[in-house]
Design a protein around this ligand. Structure first.
Ligand code: PGA
Length: 259
């Protein structure tokens, strides 16, 4: 598969592909390899449009018998709150349809955030306790408005654990106006510290808007103002899979700052 690398002083594995399908396939290949090496690996799955082609690639591999996910353990990053797992935009529903069922992961090995829990704080604590007891081998990440990872919005502490989060205006605007979702303004999310405990972090991003988010995360200060900049504190475990458009946008921003 054609690929080049985007230079970064500390993140040495930013892989650039001609288009989003190729970037998604490459990210999926990382997951497949990890499952082949450790069939009982625990994986934290991300949701969102970015992950759709990644999960399609995992499904293809599973159907072809290249990889067996049945003994893996599944966690996920976040869920709207309060929100039923049967509703259209539930992240649990997204993952049931695209990952848990098609990859035949055993129900006992699937750990989901309950968007209907009567107390969100207690639910977040319950989930965080489960995560503390497991070594998560790989966490998949997208990047969203303000450089958010999971639903950790701007100014979330780098030492945050799984918690109930208020979504930013930018995220709410994207969800409600641009995507026409009926979702609430709050969510349960793994915290930044929780996410960074994963042995490996695989970020996937395509397009120029994501290129802007990535530029801030990669090239400006490491600061709680930009949640994704926290990945630079663990550069040895991070791999990124991006497309050419995202790379060009990062380079455009870099060139503007250089003048
Ligand atoms: P998206 O979301 O993949 O739907 O763009 C990513 C995110 O908000 O983290």
């Amino acid at each position: 598969m054609e690929r080049e690398k985007l230079f970064h002083p500390t993140l040495s594995d930013i892989q650039v592909y001609a288009d989003k399908e190729m970037a998604a396939q490459a990210a999926a290949n990382e997951i497949i390899k990890a499952v082949q090496e450790n069939p009982k690996i625990a994986i934290t799955y991300a949701t969102g449009d970015t992950m759709i082609p990644v999960y399609e690639a995992l499904q293809r591999a599973s159907q072809q018998g290249v990889v067996d996910f049945s003994n893996t353990t599944a966690f996920h990053l976040d869920e709207y709150y309060p929100y039923a797992p049967t509703k259209e935009f539930s992240f649990v529903k997204f993952l049931k349809d695209r990952v848990f069922n098609p990859l035949s992961i055993k129900p006992d090995n699937i750990h989901t955030l309950n968007g209907l829990a009567s107390n969100g704080d207690i639910e977040a604590e319950r989930y965080d306790d489960l995560l503390r007891k497991k070594i998560v081998g790989i966490t998949l990440l997208g990047i969203g408005p303000g450089g958010h990872i999971g639903f950790n919005e701007r100014n979330t502490s780098f030492t945050s654990r799984t918690h109930l989060a208020q979504l930013s205006i930018q995220t709410v605007y994207r969800d409600k106006i641009e995507r026409n979702q009926d979702t609430p303004d709050m969510a349960l999310t793994q915290g930044i510290e929780t996410i960074l405990e994963s042995k490996r972090l695989v970020m996937v991003a395509y397009g120029t808007t994501k290129g802007d988010y990535l530029h801030e995360a990669l090239d400006l200060e490491v600061t709680e103002t930009c949640p994704a900049s926290a990945l630079r504190l663990h550069s040895n475990k991070v791999s990124m899979f991006i497309d050419k458009d995202a790379k060009l946008q990062i380079e455009l921003n870099r060139s503007k700052e250089a003048v």
